[in-house]
Design a protein around this ligand. Structure first.
Ligand code: ADP
Length: 690
């Protein structure tokens, strides 16, 4: 619960730790990727190396078997060419067919030359240096061949040629046997580059370098080399020939780690690289996601803090209940209202701790209604709560269902307004209104004091004259003018005195009745009796100004529910205003308009009623209309008509109309005005029928 939630953990400490963890994760992943890529490249290299070595072996064995086939071809030469003369032609054919052989010689047993033939492809091979320069190597090979009765190869030697060029050559000596006897030797001179070019398997050599090398690494003959300065993989294979062994070197551009910065190293490394990139991308996305999340958390925290601050600043009490009536949340304003800490409120069920014991039954019923799923009035309802110290206070409760994110109702949220202060102000208002009314009444009386004295003068003068007449009668000596004291006249005079005294008493009583302040009571009063009550007072002024007061009470008018004194005051005010609007000779007596009409009728509607003609009226209303034919209301007067203390009269207070309106509105009615015909003003007000 928010009100009881412990403080949030400090966010500052978490951030460096989270960064550290992220950094460590990134480092580990990078290290892992590095090792993976290295191992993949390493594996590739080893695999490539062994493939290259196998290819080198295959090339060596190809060369070996080609040389063996050549030996057989050369041996067959003697079966078709018996004499040196006949030998030359087939020897030429062999040379034309085998570009790797540059010279064929037939030597006798003492190694002397019988016949020879040079390759047609290299015309000037022996023009720079004489063949005899190579004899020691050839002799050694022939010695070996004689010993082993098989072909024997000499070590290779460099044979310079014209123009600074040269070739690496190697002699092969084959003993010739005819009819079971040695018949000399056949010496074939091989060109090492020719051997590589003619006998090597071309398929294995694409993009690779192939060369014969010496044991010390010197390159003897080259068929092809790897272009560029890229690192290469090298495999060596031994081409062991009878009498001599040569090293074959096969090199291939390295595709492993050496080409890591090339476009596509090889499949495995590429896959590992792609996976690493994907992993890094995922890591990046995760980081981004984390950042977004962090930001959202931040914003949520801010929003929460904002909400909390808002709730704490509220003077309205907030309270949430679950569906079983248990309190799940209260805000500080509510705690303050009922005088209990949140810990004592949250989790409590029914009856609630703030229910006054005498009202528990009523409140339980209300809860039952609420839990039965009936909607409570949106405008709220008034209730009474009890503070922890036992004092009661009025509240206004506005309830709404609590709906969770899934749209299901989980309880009720109530806003509670403490009405104590409002009630106090209302009471104060009412008291001051009443005081104002009383003051206005007294002021009216004050204004009318002169009229009163005038009115009282008449009965008092009559009483005085009747009294002196009576005294005169009593003073007359008996029998002086005939019969004894006339008891009939005396009685009449005294009766008149009594009547006049009564009349004076009524005038005084009407004023006393009007002035006396009474408690506000609503009672059913007949409209006629309201008018009758003000007529004597109104008559005083009207008569003086020559105005006729006329009353019209529609038949069947129901009594009105009102505070009698107040409404009398309203009527008197409006009527007096009407009389005052018709000073002497305006309107002139001849016009017949010096009339003030007090009319009462029954009406169905009044200004603030929400009934429409389509629906039957809920209440009966009675309308009072006070019509004068005076000077009417100017625009300027209309603007301020109901403003307190606005008056156009020298002796006026300007309170009359504003008080009238307050009184009528307190009764639920409305006060309106409009021009009268042919001149003057009509003031109308409505009161509820009893
Ligand atoms: P007061 O009567 O003390 O002046 P009211 O509030 O009753 O205070 O009236 C305010 C003003 O409204 C009056 O001064 C007058 O100018 C005007 N007034 C009220 N009733 C009428 C009326 N029937 N005809 C013309 N003017 C009126």
């Amino acid at each position: 619960m928010l009100a009881a939630a412990p403080g949030d953990p400090p966010r500052g400490g978490l951030r460096p730790r989270r960064r550290l963890l992220w950094g460590a994760l990134l480092l580990l992943v990078l290290a892992l990727l590095g090792v993976l890529a290295y191992l993949a490249a390493e594996y590739e290299e080893v695999r490539d190396q062994s493939a290259l070595e196998a290819d080198a072996e295959a090339l060596a064995s190809d060369l070996r078997s080609a040389l063996v086939r050549n030996v057989q071809t050369l041996q067959s030469l003697y079966s078709i060419a018996a004499s040196p003369g006949a030998w030359s032609a087939p020897a030429g054919e062999v040379l034309a067919e085998h570009r790797e052989i540059v010279r064929l010689e037939w030597r006798d047993n003492s190694r002397a030359l019988i016949a020879h033939r040079d390759t047609p492809y290299l015309a000037d091979l022996f023009s720079y240096l004489d063949r005899s320069q190579a004899l020691p190597d050839m002799r050694q090979a022939c010695d070996n061949a004689q010993r082993s009765s098989g072909p024997s190869y000499s070590p290779s030697y460099f044979w310079p040629m014209n123009g600074g060029l040269g070739l690496e050559l190697m002699d092969m000596c084959l003993p010739v046997v005819r009819n079971g006897k040695p018949a000399g030797f056949l010496v074939a001179t091989y060109s090492l580059p020719g051997l590589l070019a003619e006998l090597g398997n071309k398929n294995l050599l694409r993009g690779r370098g192939l060369a014969f090398i010496d044991t010390d690494g010197t390159r003897l003959a080259l068929y092809s080399s790897v272009s560029g300065s890229r690192r290469t993989q090298v495999a060596r294979a031994l081409l062991d020939l009878p009498g001599h062994t040569i090293l074959l070197r096969l090199e291939s551009p390295r595709l492993g780690t050496g080409a890591a910065f090339g476009l596509l190293p090889n499949v495995l490394t590429a896959v590992v690289g792609a996976l690493s990139l994907a992993l890094l991308a995922v890591l990046g996305l995760l980081g981004r996601d984390m950042r977004l999340r962090q930001r959202a958390e931040h914003e949520l925290g801010d929003a929460l803090a904002f909400r909390k601050a808002m709730e704490n600043s509220l003077v309205t009490g907030l309270r949430a209940r679950d569906m079983s009536g248990r309190i799940t949340y209260v805000n500080p304003a509510f705690c303050q209202m009922v005088g209990l800490p949140p810990e004592q409120l949250i989790g409590t069920g029914l009856p609630a701790p703030w229910w006054p014991p005498e009202l528990v039954d009523e409140y339980q019923q209300r809860q039952a209604v609420r839990l039965a799923g009936q909607t409570l009035p949106r405008e709220g309802y008034e209730s009474v709560f009890q503070r922890s110290d036992g004092t009661r206070f009025p509240v206004l409760i506005i309830e709404a269902p609590l709906i969770d994110a899934q749209g299901t109702q989980t309880g009720f949220m109530s806003a509670i307004l403490d009405l104590s202060e409002q009630r106090r102000i209302e009471d104060l208002n009412r008291a001051s209104q009443e005081r104002l009314q009383a003051t206005a009444r007294l002021a009216t009386v004050g204004e009318m004091a002169s009229l009163l004295s005038h009115e009282l003068n008449q009965p008092l003068a009559a009483i005085a004259s009747y009294a002196s007449g009576t005294l005169n009668l009593l003073d007359e000596p008996p029998g002086a003018s005939g019969p004894a004291l006339p008891s009939g006249e005396l009685r009449q005079a005294i009766q008149r005195i009594g009547e006049q005294a009564e009349r004076a008493g009524r005038v005084i009583k009407s004023v006393a009745d009007f002035v006396r302040r009474r408690e506000q009571v609503r009672e059913a009063v007949a409209p006629a009796s309201l008018i009758d009550a003000i007529l004597p007072l109104l008559g005083l002024q009207a008569k003086k100004q020559g105005i006729r007061v006329q009353t019209q009470i529609a038949p069947g008018c129901p009594p009105v529910l009102c505070d009698r004194t107040m409404v009398e005051q309203v009527l008197l005010n409006l009527a007096r205003n009407g009389v005052q609007a018709m000073p002497a000779s305006d309107p002139p007596a001849a016009s017949g308009l010096r009339v003030l009409t007090l009319a009462v009728s029954r009406t169905r509607l009044h200004a603030s009623d929400d009934d429409t003609p389509a629906t039957p009226p809920r209440k009966v209303w009675v309308e009072f209309a006070v019509t004068d034919h005076g000077h009417g209301l100017s625009e300027a007067v209309r603007q301020q008509l109901f403003t307190p203390f606005f008056t156009t009269k020298a002796e006026g207070m300007g309170l009359g109309l504003s008080l009238c309106r307050t009184v009528i509105e307190q009764h639920g009615g409305a006060l309106t005005y409009e021009p009268a015909l042919p001149r003057g003003t009509v003031f109308r007000f409505t009161l509820p029928g009893a």
